[in-house]
Write a protein that binds this ligand. Sequence first.
Ligand SMILES: Cc1ncc(COP(=O)(O)OP(=O)(O)O)c(N)n1
Ligand SMILES: Cc1ncsc1CCOP(=O)(O)O
Length: 448
Amino acid sequence: MTEKPLTVKIPIVMTIAGSDSGGGAGIAADLKTFAALGVHGTCAITSITAQNTTGVLEAFDLTPAAVASQIEAVCADMDVKWAKTGMLASSEIVREVAKDVRKHGLSLVIDPVMAAEAGGDLLRKEAISVLIEELLPFCKVITPNASEAGVLAGIEVKTPKDAKIAARKIAGLGVETVIVTGGHLDATDLLYEAVSDTFTRIPGTFVKGGTHGSGCTYSAAMTAFLACGKSMEVAARESKKFVVEAILKSLPAGRGVNPVNPLGATLEKKERYLVLRNLKDAVLLIEESPDFSKLIPEVGCNIGMAIPGAKSYEEVAAVEGRIVKYRIRAVPVGCVEFGASKHVSSIILSALRQNPEIRAAINVKYSEKVLAACREMKLGISSFDRAEEPENASTMDWGTAEAIKKYGSVPKVIYDRGGTGKEPMIRLLGTNAIEVAKLAVELAEKLQ
Ligand SMILES: Cc1ncc(COP(=O)(O)OP(=O)(O)O)c(N)n1
Ligand SMILES: Cc1ncsc1CCOP(=O)(O)O
């Protein structure tokens, strides 16, 4: 008998929301969030908005029949258990969605979208009472921000105490869980679970400046975590963490409010992994070279590589404790780690400010012989003089920038002849750690 192959089922979720032509909010934010959190996202579009980072220019509502047809197509074929709503625009659309949610037995997260962050109404006034009466009683979780909570509860929400009163009032409308998101109050979310009459405060980091799509991203993350079986509190904590990361990675895409970037943190993790892998292979090339140890300076050597667009030393990986000479071999003292270098990371950060392609560097011993070998290899060479260093400058940062300025672009080799108590040094630069390690090993072989 042939056995059925084991398949890992990933949760299938749905967003019932508007499209934002600017790609920041609505289904764009929801589907990116679903993808980042490893669930399969489907969608039913309710309205098409002509929108950008400065606001909503026009909105074209789909007919309730068109919304129903999309939900039907997905639910007839796929096993959708959790869904979220975003922009629902009109009473007719709210009514249709309420009917479809019941028909397909969907567990629902409601993001009661009322207006766009950059300006523009997204829910008609007369639809608010329909939302309260016809959809709220069928949802598991609602995620209003302070002003949305105020509208639903019929009170002004200006303080965390108001948020508590509003949450209880909204739960009284038939909702199991209310999360008043704190972005507009004090960065703390308030989770209220009606069944146990408990409040849980979910603290977060306050990020200055508005962003576009954070409410959509948060409610999509809640939907994904709940579909994965997380408890309400865990889902709320994880969603908060996720949305803060998406806000921190928001992109200056247009002239208005920056769209959040739900995939930013995931992509950074990928880049960090690729950097560590490249650097490990580079260190192996150095360790296996019978000649490299001749290039190790008195202070030791380090090789580093940055993630694209790195701005701080924590975004540059290098060898912990440097690479030292032991007998005739080059030996890395520790593992490759982010934040492990001070000097080489400064060189890389300074170089990539001039050319973002240059993300790796290694320091090697200075001698006229090594410099001559660099010339023989026809490597572009530049230098700086420590005697010219301005007061309070960081030597590596300033020296690298100075050598680049003199050369007109980033050279492969930057050297300095040292100073009082400062060993002279040569640095090799390149696009990645393997490239600079190969260059260093070739240079060491040339010295034979
Ligand atoms: C189509 C669409 N849906 C929802 C919104 C709301 O997003 P935003 O303006 O960024 O507000 P928050 O997501 O931060 O609450 C929208 N603008 N467009
Ligand atoms: C380039 C250089 N300059 C002084 S020590 C040194 C070696 C590497 O230092 P770090 O481990 O801080 O990158």
